[in-house]
Design a protein around this ligand. Sequence first.
Ligand SMILES: Nc1ncnc2c1ncn2[C@@H]1O[C@H](COP(=O)(O)OP(=O)(O)OP(=O)(O)O)[C@@H](O)[C@H]1O
Ligand SMILES: [Mg+2]
Length: 227
Amino acid sequence: MIQLFNVSKIYHGDVPALEGITMRITKGEFVFITGKSGAGKTTLLRLIFRAELPTKGSVLVNNFNIARLQRHSIPFLRRNIGVVFQDFKLLPQKTVFENVAFALEVLGTPKREMNQRIMHVLQYLGLKNKRDMFPLRLSGGEQQRVAIARAIINNPPILLADEPTGNLDPEISLEIMHVFEDLHRQGSTVVVATHDVDLIKKIRKKVFCLDKGKLIDVIAEEEIAST
Ligand SMILES: Nc1ncnc2c1ncn2[C@@H]1O[C@H](COP(=O)(O)OP(=O)(O)OP(=O)(O)O)[C@@H](O)[C@H]1O
Ligand SMILES: [Mg+2]
């Protein structure tokens, strides 16, 4: 589903943000990307949703080399990928409902059905009674759940999350991770970048470890369970 072949990314100068990365994430897998600050986690995610192009090597999503996608095909790639960020990136002047509605592809869907879909997602994330509130009046965990609602409203098969719990306390972080686990159980491919080692130990999924732009280790789920 997601494959990188010998991928390097150099923003400028000669220090690569990523160097010689080859990895594969299969359909329906849940994986962590970890590593210290500056290791290249965000860059790796940005390459997958084509916010950046690799300097070298190729990134394949659903067997398409995304660097070769024509401009008009980029929305099709993005439709397959939901993204969640550390700072939520919600629209402050829109309500919870409106934030999610804004992301919904219209595609001629009747308004009533759209409303039903949004309410279904809000209910799933425990946000039904927050629908008319503005993001800044919500707790961090609630804001992140709104961001997740927005990311999954179009049922993308792939969900990417960049330090999704970086602004949350440990208990709420675990709750958010349980949401990702649940989405994974429902069939989504989930990729979470985090430097939170405690969280990784609790959730126990495959881990790709980056260090200074290089993939230095891949730890299988079973290995984490035994540590
Ligand atoms: N837009 C950019 N322009 C130039 N350099 C960048 C850019 N984005 C990242 N870098 C550099 O690339 C390297 C990897 O950064 P990246 O943000 O991918 O790391 P990270 O693992 O996500 O770090 P953090 O844990 O702090 O979020 C760093 O040296 C960073 O300074
Ligand atoms: Mg980052």
